[in-house]
Design a protein around this ligand. Structure first.
Ligand code: ATP
Length: 262
C-alpha cells in the first residue's frame, strides 16, 4: 500500500475571479522526490502555496499525514512541513546561525528560548548544508548559492518530514544549481525527507526526481517518471517547443533539448 504523506483532493484556487487551479488531485508518497514543471503562469507556485496553507483554496482539501491542514495550527504544520519560497528577502540582516535557529521555533515557544537539543540541531543543520563555516556571516553578505544553503539549513532545522521548495535554483549559476540539487537529493536519501520542488529546468527535474508533475491548463496534465515525461509528446504539447531526446549513458535517463518553437 502507498504511504501518502501529502494528499491534495479536488483543489481549486482563484485569485479574485480568476481561476488558476481547477479540481487538482495529487498524492505525494513518503520518501520520494517530486518536481513540478509547467509553463510560466500555469500555477506551480499557487499549488505549492495552497499545499502549505499559505493560500486558502476556493475548494478542496490538503491532507498532511491524513489531517486537513486548514484545521491544523501553523505550528503543528511547521513541525512536519517546511517551505522554501522563491527569492527570500526577509531576515537578510541576521547571521546564518540566527536564521537557522528560527527553524527551531516550530518546536519551541519563542519566549522560552532554545535548549541544548535546539543548539545541537542548529549545528547539525548547518553542517548538513555546508554553512557551518559561515555561521557568523550576515545573510545579506552571502552569495546566492550560500544564501540558498542557509535557507535550506533553516528549513531542515524544523526537522520536517516534507520539504516544499519553490524554484530553489533560480539565479544560481550551473555549478551552484547542481550543488543545491545534490544537497536536496542528499537530504532525501540520508534524512528521508520527502521533497516537492518547482523547477524550470526540465532536465534537472528528470534527473533529480522520482516523479515529475506537469501542470497545464489549471490541472495536472500528467505525472510520471522521466521516461514517461520525455518519451511522450508531453513537453511539446505543454511548452510548444519541438524537442529531441538523447540518453545519458551515465544515469541511463533521457536528456532533452528544445530545438525550436512550434
Ligand atoms: N496574488 C495574485 N493575485 C492575482 N493573480 C495572481 C496572484 N498570484 C499569481 N497570480 C496569477 O495566477 C497565475 C498562476 O501564477 P503562479 O505564480 O502560480 O504561476 P507559476 O506557474 O508559478 O509561474 P512562473 O513559472 O512564472 O513562476 C498567473 O497568471 C499569475 O499572474
Amino acid at each position: 500500500m502507498k504511504d501518502i504523506i501529502l494528499g491534495v483532493k479536488d483543489l481549486s484556487v482563484n485569485y479574485k475571479n480568476k481561476n488558476v487551479l481547477a479540481g487538482v488531485d495529487l498524492e505525494i508518497e513518503k520518501g520520494k522526490i517530486y518536481s513540478i514543471i509547467g509553463p510560466n503562469g500555469c500555477g506551480k507556485t499557487t499549488l505549492i502555496r495552497a499545499m502549505s496553507k499559505s493560500l486558502k483554496p476556493k475548494k478542496g482539501k490538503v491532507l498532511l499525514n491524513g489531517d486537513d491542514i486548514f484545521e491544523m495550527k501553523s505550528k503543528e504544520i511547521a513541525k512536519k512541513m517546511a517551505i522554501l519560497n522563491q527569492n527570500n528577502t526577509t531576515m537578510s540582516d541576521v547571521t546564518v546561525k540566527k536564521l537557522v535557529q528560527y527553524g527551531r521555533y516550530a518546536h519551541r515557544d519563542w519566549w522560552k528560548g532554545l535548549n541544548k537539543e535546539d543548539d545541537d540541531i542548529t549545528e547539525w543543520a548547518m553542517e548538513k548544508t555546508f554553512v557551518a563555516n559561515l555561521k557568523n556571516r550576515r545573510i545579506d553578505t552571502l552569495s546566492g548559492g550560500e544564501r540558498q544553503r542557509a535557507w535550506l539549513a533553516m528549513s531542515i532545522a524544523q526537522k520536517p518530514e516534507i520539504l516544499l521548495l519553490d524554484e530553489p535554483t533560480t539565479y544560481l549559476d550551473i555549478c551552484h544549481q547542481l550543488e543545491i540539487l545534490e544537497l536536496v537529493s542528499k537530504l532525501n536519501k540520508e534524512e528521508g525527507i520527502t521533497i516537492v520542488m518547482v523547477l524550470h529546468d526540465i532536465n534537472h527535474a528528470v534527473r533529480y526526481s522520482d516523479e515529475v508533475i506537469v501542470i497545464y491548463d489549471k490541472n495536472i496534465y500528467t505525472k510520471g517518471d522521466s521516461w514517461s515525461i520525455l518519451k511522450s509528446q508531453v513537453i511539446e504539447e505543454v511548452f510548444n517547443v519541438q524537442t529531441e531526446t538523447i540518453i545519458d549513458k551515465e544515469s541511463n535517463k533521457p536528456i532533452f533539448y528544445a530545438k525550436r518553437v512550434i
